[in-house]
Design a protein around this ligand. Structure first.
Ligand SMILES: [Zn+2]
Length: 504
């Protein structure tokens, strides 16, 4: 029977859970750094934190506090510590997962986690085990409870999850997390979990608990693991966002859980080619959406990394035509790296250009890259023509408003997009980016030039609402004093005056 209360859960665990086996595991695996402690000046022995024993010291003239050395017994690298100088700061912590068979029912597996701390109260030999979580896995399901660190009481959980020691109460915790897989291998034989394909999930470390919980609830997951879909289950257990809601665990068969019937070649490919969980999720989504193309082709032609683009492409053409087209380009040696994106861009360009989308030569062109480029040029051209039209409509008013000459300088109003592009190119600044805002009247651009060379770029102004927002020269340099004098005049006569007039 699955235990229901904290008392019932505890009956499955040893009353003294810190066994020799657990201690050995912790000594060898739970800490990443080891120390050699010298208790008092002139001691002939030191305490090694790995050996957990006093070891003889050879030459103690060289044994400085914090020196790196090796333990003469275990030959491990250790940091030397003089205990009389204080070792409070090196309190070492770990969080350990340990498995065992239930002491009450040999068919059940238990797992217990501990916070392990050493060197407490400046005592090199001190080590403390504080129990944290308790898990029981039975034939009929799984139970979990943990000890609330504030109230020191047992809390039963609704679902099975793994607690990370750094969360919540232990915020900022920096110890090591160690999972005793060997203890699991010893606990699992002769339990219902023996044939759960658990070996496929040992690389998930503590997350393997979530696999057991899934298996306890939905034993059909075993079949998944055995037909090559472990990577998919891992994505699901790892809470991969794409994997959410893709699998229907209420289904009892593979077809029901996946939402379609995978073919044998597909399952063979999933296992053999080591297809990642993320890709398998996309495979399921594509196949569920009615795509008839099988996993080996989907994988080989890069479909499993481009699902969003594919969804948009599918609005233009059916999936099988897409694959046929892709294969044709491949045969012609024209299949480029970003095929899906380029193709989608190409199709999206064809519509505004007014091409006949029912024509096969338009939908499935040879030399896609070339056609895509042509489309882009045509669209840019068209857009520039439209913008130039707008600029020429604004031009007469702008000339009347801004044209001005005094002393050695004059202003010139740009007449078309080409003027702005040339200005940006000659002065190495970014006025070329302003073509559309200028054309649409969101801002005004006026060139400042030497009266002697009115055709040569010199400075560029952006004017908006009677204010000079910026005035930049070569490589964005600021105006000189002389130019500022001119600008002030220009402002007075061309910007301020008119506004006053309008106000009257
Ligand atoms: Zn040692």
């Amino acid at each position: 029977m699955l235990p229901q209360t904290a008392e019932q859960i505890l009956t499955h665990f040893r009353p003294a859970p810190v066994t020799k086996e657990l201690q050995q595991f912790v000594r060898k695996n739970a800490f990443s750094k080891e120390y050699l402690f010298i208790r008092t000046k002139g001691d002939t022995t030191g305490y090694c934190s790995f050996c957990q024993k006093d070891v003889p010291l050879k030459d103690h003239s060289s044994l400085q506090h914090n020196a790196e050395t090796t333990c003469p017994r275990c030959r491990r690298e250790v940091t030397l510590k003089h205990v009389w100088r204080g070792i409070k700061n090196i309190v070492d912590e770990a969080y350990v997962y340990h498995f065992a068979r239930s002491i009450k029912n040999k068919q059940m597996i238990t797992c217990q986690t501990f916070y392990v701390s050493r060197f407490l109260d400046s005592n090199p030999g001190a080590i403390r085990y504080s129990p944290s979580c308790y898990y029981v896995f039975a034939d009929q399901g799984a139970k979990m409870m943990y000890i609330d660190p504030y109230y020191r009481q047992y809390v039963l959980t609704q679902s099975i999850y793994t607690k990370h020691p750094s969360g919540g109460f232990y915020y900022g915790w920096q110890g090591k997390l160690a999972v005793n897989m060997a203890s699991l291998a010893r606990a699992i034989p002769h339990t219902p979990y023996q044939y759960s394909a658990w070996e496929n999930y040992t690389d998930m470390n503590e997350q393997i608990l979530r696999y057991f919980a899934l298996f306890a609830k939905h034993p059909q997951v075993e079949y998944f693991s055995k037909c090559g879909l472990s990577a998919l289950v891992k994505s699901y257990l790892g809470k991969h966002p794409a994997a959410r809601g893709v699998l229907n665990w209420n289904g009892k068969s593979l077809r029901k859980v996946l939402g379609f019937q995978p073919t044998k070649p597909e399952l063979r490919h999933a296992a053999k080619a080591n297809v990642s969980g993320g890709k398998l999720v996309h495979w399921i989504k594509l196949r569920k959406s009615g795509c008839q193309i099988l996993l080996p082709d989907l994988d080989a032609y890069g479909w499993l990394t481009e699902t969003l683009v594919l969804k948009s492409l599918n609005e233009f053409i059916p999936f099988d035509n897409l694959l046929a087209y892709q294969k044709r380009l491949e045969k012609r040696g024209e299949l480029a790296a970003y095929f899906f994106r380029d193709y989608l861009d190409y199709l999206r360009e064809c519509q505004p250009l007014g091409y006949d989308m029912s024509c096969k030569e338009i939908l499935y062109p040879n030399k896609l890259a070339e056609k895509h480029l042509q489309n882009q040029l045509r669209i840019t051209h068209r857009r520039d023509r439209q913008l130039d039209q707008k600029i020429s409509e604004r031009y007469p008013q702008l000339v009347e408003k801004y044209e001005y000459a005094a002393k050695n300088f004059c202003t010139v109003v740009p007449q078309n997009s080409g003027d702005l592009i040339a200005e940006g190119r000659d002065l190495l600044h970014c006025v070329g980016d302003y073509i559309s805002t200028y054309a649409n009247g969101f801002t005004d651009i006026v060139f400042l030039r030497k009266a002697a060379e009115p055709a040569a770029s010199y400075y560029t102004m952006e004017i908006y609402d009677g204010e000079i927002l910026q005035c930049r020269g070569f490589k964005n340099c600021s105006p000189t004093k002389e130019i500022n004098v001119f600008l002030n005049e220009f402002k007075q006569l061309r910007l301020t005056k008119k506004r006053k007039k309008r106000a009257v």
